[in-house]
Ligand binder design. Structure first.
Ligand SMILES: NC(=O)c1ccc[n+]([C@@H]2O[C@H](COP(=O)([O-])OP(=O)(O)OC[C@H]3O[C@@H](n4cnc5c(N)ncnc54)[C@H](O)[C@@H]3O)[C@@H](O)[C@H]2O)c1
Ligand SMILES: N[C@@H](CCO)C(=O)O
Ligand code: NA
Length: 448
């Protein structure tokens, strides 16, 4: 697009006079394929909405010979050359991973190209560098698809809620693990077969351990905490536990009590007694009541609660993974970026002015559900209760069920620092009267 193509938003040029925004697409896998389809099928509508014809200038893939469906003149295996080409206005990155993508995007931004990306791993590590490069060049960096797929979530945080004070963001942000946990809970399906199915459906990352070990959700939590609290949180600041240790016994223990297990990302603004503010960001399995709205979120769907001082509680729900849903978010960003280029403006920049410290997990208040098999004799409950009291942890509820010479004991705590809860569980596991620690799970969504 040449500078003379710029116009005001009220300019009514005929389609023939519209400027052209030329797009370099990097990666044509699950999401990239759907972006090409939508760009082609909806070309006229997208042009009308963007105020510019949006046209592919090139498509970089690892193996051009594997893509006979793409126009040969557009396909290249040289992404580094494509992103700085003079005829490219916008780079849409759908490759994933950190290197070499980081170098490509920094080069693209430095060359004055706007960037749209779905790459949460990259943003959670290097958003500072990327924002700095986009500011230096005066171009856009959009990434709605990076968190919660199709769900408009980042734009509401960056723009709609910019006038409010967000206190908490909590939800299901990984489709693959939600698909697996839902299947294990509903049908008792096995872990491995369900993970394979999530891969076939295009939900899982290229390396699915990023999903099951919580790395993907931790990257998303870092992005959410940064945007919600106007600070910089990176993936390594996020406490991370995946679902690999969630057992059938955990799901049964949850079911018996009318609960289920979800992998949640929880980002909170924490205010200490002296008024000092910090943020906490964590990803781990959580036991929630079946009546909780997040309990009904099945398959690869995502749902995120946002709590803000003035707005109160908001909930965002929809498809969090898969080619077409993710492409929807990419196209939304592409139209926004194209519009900005047409009018000569920019979207929101990084807002990290609050510069809040990150509170370590051990100091973060949580609640535990502990299920134990204990000896069925007098004084056992007192010993277990003493262990909690010794670490300053207050008990909210105790349930006991007897079977032969063993009793099943379930303890749910009030809020306590996570480190105190961990130490309590370690001590309890060593008690002679405790035969087995059946399940230990953090709890959300119940009255304390
Ligand atoms: N699949 C989803 O549901 C989903 C949802 C949200 C975000 N994302 C993100 O979108 C991105 C792409 O995900 P995907 O599922 O489409 O992955 P994919 O593995 O299906 O596709 C990746 C593409 O990148 C290409 N590629 C790899 N190395 C390359 C190189 N050196 N040069 C050029 N091309 C190269 C591959 O050929 C392939 O076409 C990732 O960042 C992912 O985290 C995916
Ligand atoms: N692998 C990711 C894709 C969406 O970001 C998931 O399962 O949620
Ligand atoms: Na999104």
């Amino acid at each position: 697009m040449s500078p003379s193509d710029k116009r005001s938003p009220t300019d009514k040029r005929s389609p023939a006079d519209r400027p052209t925004i030329r797009v370099a697409l990097l990666g044509c896998g699950t999401v990239g394929t759907e972006v090409v389809r939508l760009l082609t099928e909806q070309a006229d509508e997208l042009a009308a909405r963007a105020g510019a014809t949006v046209e592919l200038a090139g498509i970089a893939v690892r193996r051009p010979d594997k893509h006979p469906e793409l126009p040969p003149g557009l396909v290249t295996d040289d992404a580094a050359a494509l992103v700085v080409r003079d005829d490219v206005d916008v780079v849409v990155e759908l490759v994933g991973g950190i290197e070499p993508v980081r170098d490509w995007l920094l080069a693209a931004l430095a060359a004055g190209k706007s960037v749209v990306t779905a790459n949460k791993a990259l943003l959670a590590e290097h958003s500072a560098d990327l924002f700095e490069a986009s500011d230096a060049a005066g171009v856009d960096l959009y990434f709605e698809a990076a968190v919660a797929g199709a769900i408009p979530l980042l734009r509401p945080l960056r723009e709609s809620l910019a006038g409010d004070r967000i206190t908490r963001v909590m939800g299901i942000v990984n489709g693959t693990t939600n698909y697996i946990l839902s299947a294990m809970d509903n049908t008792g399906a096995g872990y491995a077969e369900t993970l394979d199915e999530a891969g076939r459906l295009g939900y899982a990352e290229a390396d699915p351990t990023a999903d099951v070990d919580g790395y993907d959700a931790a990257s998303k939590a870092a992005i959410l905490a940064s945007l919600a609290f106007h600070t910089r949180v990176t993936a390594k600041d996020v406490h991370r536990e995946g679902i690999a240790d969630v057992t059938a016994a955990d799901l049964v223990a949850a079911r018996v009590l009318g609960r289920t297990v979800k992998l949640l990302a929880i980002c909170e603004r924490v205010t200490a007694d002296d008024g000092a503010e910090s943020v906490s960001a964590r990803v781990h399995p959580v036991m929630i009541p079946r009546s909780h709205q997040l309990a009904g979120v099945g398959g690869a769907f995502n749902a995120v609660y946002v709590e803000a001082d003035a707005a109160g509680e908001l909930m965002f729900y929809g498809q969090g993974a898969g080619g077409a849903p993710t492409a929807s978010a990419v196209l939304g960003d592409l139209v926004a970026v194209a519009r900005n280029r047409v009018v000569g403006g920019r979207g929101p920049r990084e807002s990290a002015h609050a510069a809040l410290p990150v509170r370590p997990m051990g100091q973060t208040p949580t609640r535990y559900h502990v299920s134990l098999d204990v000896a069925d004799r007098a004084g056992v409950l007192a010993q277990v209760a003493q262990a909690f009291a010794g670490h300053g942890v207050s008990i909210a509820a105790v349930r006991q069920r007897d079977a032969n010479d063993t009793a099943s004991l379930v303890v749910v705590t009030h809020l306590a620092p996570d480190a105190a809860l961990q130490s309590t569980v370690d001590e309890i596991a060593k008690l002679d009267v405790v035969h087995q620690v059946v399940s230990v799970m953090r709890v959300e969504g119940e009255d304390a």
